[in-house]
Design a protein around this ligand. Structure first.
Ligand code: UDP
Length: 319
């Protein structure tokens, strides 16, 4: 039975990954300091093959016994979170990655880095292929996340080149689905909750900036295939279906049947104007592409948010 360590395993993507690895027959150790992850995300993983260790991976990591895969997913990942936690974000990308690599080397495990489309910054080319080096402002507020992940990629490649460690790098683009945190500040959960509560949808800037949203089940499939592949180069995992934030807001209004207005607010500093993955490499190497269209994915997501809001309303009444 393979044994996997998932750092950040109680986070949005990390928790689905734990679930998938368990389904594939792995035993899974989830490490998370719950700074942005949530116990609720892994509470349903009740099996002897699953272990949760509350831990901050910016400190030295040790684990008894064999480990076959180390998947480093620990990090604040929404702009609001990493702007609120700039130093922990830098530390988990730098020290956390180094510690996780060190453990992988000691155990001769395969190391998997959750990197991000943010390594491309505010891109000057679109779509972004893995060959693009990016356009990042190192001293801007988003630099704490972008540069930490760029450092993490560099460190991962150094361990691969120097120590011959088996490594993978996934550049994950915008992902959405059930289990996103209510207050994480990202467009999808923010608009969903606002629409369901009948509050105005807070669109940043003129809403003309674009993103490409991938449903969580598709993202996890791509990540798992990359883990099982034999490819050391970075691979974009995302959905190339690009849209403006205005169109996203309108689609969420339609799907939730909400009549909330759009409320235009200032654009955050260095907010990328466009983002769209070129997934040719993933298609060729992993035979992977997203299957869920945005409307279907958003409908599933809306059902989950509706249920959660109702539950917290009822609990609020009881308390
Ligand atoms: N956005 C918005 N209103 C919100 C939250 C986000 O208009 O309440 C915008 C944000 O400025 C960005 C896009 O939606 O242009 C996607 O933001 P998100 O935080 O989801 O992730 P990002 O792609 O910026 O990492």
């Amino acid at each position: 039975m393979p044994r996997s360590l998932v750092t950040g395993g109680a986070g949005f993507i990390g928790s689905y990954l734990c679930e998938r690895l368990l389904q594939e027959g792995h035993s899974v150790v989830c490490m998370d300091n719950l700074s942005t992850g949530e116990n609720d995300n892994v509470a349903h993983l009740q099996t002897k093959r699953f272990e949760f260790i509350p831990y901050d991976v910016t400190r030295h990591i040790d684990l008894e016994g064999p480990v076959d895969y180390v998947l480093h997913f620990a990090s604040p990942a929404s702009p609001e979170d990493y702007l609120r936690l700039p130093i922990p974000t830098l530390k988990v990308g730098a020290l956390g990655t180094h510690n996780a690599l060190g453990l992988a080397l000691k155990k001769r495990a395969t190391f998997f880095l959750a990197s991000t489309s943010e390594v491309y910054g505010d891109p000057l080319v679109s779509p972004q292929s893995e060959a693009y080096w990016g356009n990042v402002n190192p001293v801007g507020p988003r630099g704490v996340y972008d540069e930490a992940k760029r450092y993490a990629e560099a460190m991962t490649m150094a361990y691969h080149r120097v120590h011959g460690l088996n490594t993978r790098i996934a550049r994950i683009f915008n992902t959405y689905g059930p289990r996103m945190r209510f207050g994480d500040g990202r467009a999808v959960p923010t608009f969903m909750v606002q629409a369901l509560r009948g509050e105005p949808l807070t669109v940043h800037g003129d809403g003309g900036q674009t993103r490409s949203f991938c449903y969580i089940a598709d993202t996890v499939e791509g990540l798992f295939r990359l883990l099982m592949s034999d490819n050391q180069e970075p691979v974009n995992i995302g959905n190339p279906d690009e849209m403006t934030i205005n169109d996203l807001a309108r689609l969420i209004l339609e799907i939730t049947g909400s009549r909330s207005p759009l409320l235009y607010q200032s654009l955050p500093i260095d907010d990328p104007k466009v983002r769209r993955p070129d997934i040719t490499r993933a298609e060729q190497l992993l035979h992977w592409k997203p299957e869920t269209d945005l409307r279907n994915g958003l409908m599933k997501t809306a059902a989950w948010f509706r249920e959660r809001l109702e539950r917290s309303r009822v609990e609020g009444k009881i308390n």
